[in-house]
Design a protein around this ligand. Structure first.
Ligand SMILES: Nc1ncnc2c1ncn2[C@@H]1O[C@H](COP(=O)(O)OP(=O)(O)OP(=O)(O)O)[C@@H](O)[C@H]1O
Ligand SMILES: [Mg+2]
Length: 368
């Protein structure tokens, strides 16, 4: 018994501070005068603000860009002293928006006197991303049904037009001015056909030919395809490859298309001048929150450029089919990338700010 007591007394003490610091949710205490008196580590990460800068500061100043939060804190203070829960964007001092849910409760002593408010902040970024993924998958499925029906109807008359144009071309071979028009007709029909094929690709589930792949070889092959564009312009390519990367399981053709689309987008964005960086890294025990999926090992490939970046208002749409800001783009490139990566069981994310370039991050499961 005594030994046990001895053992107990040598066990490390667990303080409230330890508990609050270890929580994944942000905990902030605002005192009766509206000043911050506690700020845990998760709150620092979520608000992008060190505790040293937050403590003793009036919350009305720190949270001035998130008015809804200040209203909730006010309601939790006398005379109302009510507990409320809300969702909205927390706007950091740098202007980043972080979707959060917040519960604000009045903080009282044992006599019910107000000591201030306690705020519990939960980061909703992952949840929102997953909701977005689901919506996107729904939109693609809907588009698929529509596309399959339309494509069938359009492909037959297009075949007729092309055949007729080719006959006309043969008949008028000796009249260059007319031959010029028929050539345009044939070329444009081919373009529409290609578009329909891409649309059909997007809608029907692809049969993946999965093999063990060295992602660095695949990236180098894609760079080779784009060699001419790179050499003709002042573009520097940096390859930050992790040599210890294990092989992945993937479809060579489909993944080549993904990285070709991403690299082409980056080169187009930089418009002939800039730096394209390809980075590979491994992440062990990465958890995809999907039914039936546990912890798996993933590799990540980042395709980064230092071009003009993507406007905040464009970001939610760039993976949608036909969303393009280019005069001659189809807007199908990223929608196709999204579908292929999803079918490989991976993820595709983008980080970008106007004027700061874009970074597309692709994760792929490691081969068993
Ligand atoms: N690296 C990037 N930098 C800036 N904007 C980008 C970048 N990559 C994609 N975008 C934006 O996303 C949009 C959609 O890209 P997506 O590849 O799907 O279509 P697109 O490039 O416009 O057309 P397509 O790929 O058919 O030629 C682009 O029009 C552009 O606005
Ligand atoms: Mg593109």
């Amino acid at each position: 018994m005594k030994v046990q007591e001895g053992k107990e007394s040598s066990a490390p003490q667990i303080s409230w501070e330890n508990i609050l610091t270890s929580l994944e949710d942000g905990v902030i205490v605002v005192d009766r005068h509206g000043k911050i008196s506690f700020f845990n580590q998760a709150a620092e990460i979520l608000t992008d603000l060190p505790a040293s800068k937050a403590l003793q500061q009036p919350c009305s100043r720190l949270f001035k860009r998130s008015g809804w939060l200040i209203d909730m804190i006010r309601k939790s203070q006398p005379p109302q002293q009510s507990s409320t829960r809300g969702e909205g964007d927390f706007v950091t001092q740098w202007g980043h928006r972080v979707p959060v849910s917040m519960t604000v409760s009045p903080l009282q002593d044992q006599y019910g006197r107000s000591l201030g408010s306690i705020l519990l902040l939960h980061d909703l970024t992952r949840r929102k991303e997953m909701e977005e993924d689901l919506k996107r998958a729904d939109r693609l499925a809907m588009l698929g049904t529509l596309a399959a029906g339309l494509a069938h109807e359009i492909k037959n008359p297009l075949g007729g037009i092309k055949g007729a144009a080719q006959l006309l071309r043969r008949e008028t071979d000796r009249i260059p001015s007319i031959a010029q028009y028929t050539d345009i007709m044939i070329r444009e029909v081919d373009r529409v056909n290609l578009l329909i094929e891409q649309l059909l690709d997007l809608s029907r589930p692809a049969k993946l030919d999965l093999v063990s792949l060295n992602i660095h070889e695949l990236l180098n092959d894609v760079l080779l395809l784009e060699r001419q564009t790179v050499q003709e312009h002042q573009v520097v390519v940096k390859q930050n490859y992790d040599p210890s990367l294990p092989p992945i399981r993937g479809d060579r053709g489909q993944l080549t298309q993904v990285f070709l689309n991403l690299i082409r987008n980056a080169l187009q964005a930089m418009n002939g001048r800039g730096c394209l960086t390809l980075t590979t890294r491994i992440e062990t025990d990465f958890h995809i929150r999907e039914p039936g999926r546990g912890r798996e090992n993933f590799i990540w490939v980042d395709v980064e450029d230092d071009g003009p970046g993507i406007r905040e208002e464009d970001l939610p749409h760039i993976f949608s089919p036909f969303y393009t800001t280019k005069t001659n783009g189809t807007g199908l490139g990223l929608a196709i990338c999204y579908r292929i990566i999803k079918e490989h069981g991976g993820l595709i994310r983008v980080e970008s700010r106007k004027g700061k370039g874009a970074s597309f991050k692709v994760s792929l499961p490691v081969a068993d």
